[in-house]
Design a protein around this ligand. Structure first.
Ligand code: COA
Length: 260
């Protein structure tokens, strides 16, 4: 896969997407959003890929937000379209991908950058990372799902405070409030992502996809997550992975999941 603003590398069933505009602190412009969308769709269909890690290039930023220079002159209609289009082609796709997506936050994750990290299934951060939704300081609000996903992760009160004050929180505070799962040094960030990905890969990819759908169902309007869980649970019994997983347990050996 060849792109202008992102890099994609696949090694041992782990795909790494690196947002690669370091001179603009990896800000998300239109092209980057389209390329990310294309890359995620391609990796979803790539049978050689089990887990995806998303990070930013350089040592300063994951993503410092949507590219302000692109939307500063937008009209009401264009603003609405920007948010809707971004949510549809990227943020919602990432959240509902059938393969685990880990955000490795290696620096600033602001505005659309934090929103992208929050669309991932979970997040780890380096100790220099700073996270926030500074949109109200620009006279706008988060438009890529930030007003919905931040309260889901940190609770309504903390999310309200972060959004209203437009302040950035450091990595250790993000860890305390559940925005990220681990904080490590910048050097250890990608190795840690690989280690977690390795643990995930030992398990049934079919069951993991079902678990993603069931967990996400909790946050979908008008959907009963318990019902989705029951249905997904039942469906697992018809999979080869279930046969292998349970047989391997009873035979006291490690499973070798076919992923079907
Ligand atoms: N959109 C467009 N360009 C951005 C950007 C964004 N969200 N964030 C950073 N950049 C660009 C800067 O304009 C600058 O470009 P230039 O060198 O061509 O002037 C370059 O990236 C480096 O940023 P700079 O501001 O010089 O770095 P800094 O270390 O002084 O400050 C930040 C870092 C993150 C505090 C600062 O860049 C910032 O506040 N960015 C905007 C954050 C934001 O409001 N995001 C939400 C957008 S909705």
């Amino acid at each position: 896969m060849k792109f202008d603003t992102i890099l994609v590398a696949i090694n041992n069933q782990l795909a790494q997407i690196t947002i690669n505009r370091p001179h603009k602190l990896n800000a998300l412009n239109k092209v980057t959003i389209e390329e990310l969308s294309e890359a995620f769709e391609a990796l979803e269909d790539n049978e050689d890929v089990k887990v995806i890690v998303l990070t930013g290039s350089g040592d300063k930023a994951f993503v410092a937000g949507a590219d302000i220079s692109e939307f500063a002159h937008f009209s009401v209609d264009e603003g609405g379209t920007l948010a809707r289009n971004g949510q549809e082609i990227l943020f919602n796709i990432v959240e509902n991908l059938s393969k685990p997506v880990i955000a490795a936050i290696n620096g600033f994750a602001l505005g659309g950058g934090l929103e992208l990290a929050m669309a991932c299934h979970f997040r780890i951060a380096s100790d220099n990372a700073k996270m926030g939704l500074p949109e109200v300081s620009l006279g706008v609000i988060p438009g890529y799902g930030g007003t919905q996903r931040l309260p889901q992760l940190v609770g309504k009160g903390k999310a309200m405070e972060m959004i209203m004050t437009a302040t950035m929180i450091p990595a250790d505070e993000a860890l305390k409030c559940g925005l990220v799962n681990y904080v490590t040094t910048q050097e250890e960030l990608l190795p840690l992502a690989e280690k977690i990905a390795g643990k995930i890969m030992r398990n049934s990819s079919v069951a993991i996809s079902a678990a993603i759908r069931a967990v996400n169902a909790n946050f979908e309007d008008g959907v009963n997550g318990y019902d989705v869980e029951i249905e997904e649970f039942g469906d697992c019994f018809g999979t080869e992975d279930f046969m292998e997983g349970t047989t391997a347990f009873l035979e006291k050996r490690k499973p070798n999941f076919p992923g079907a």
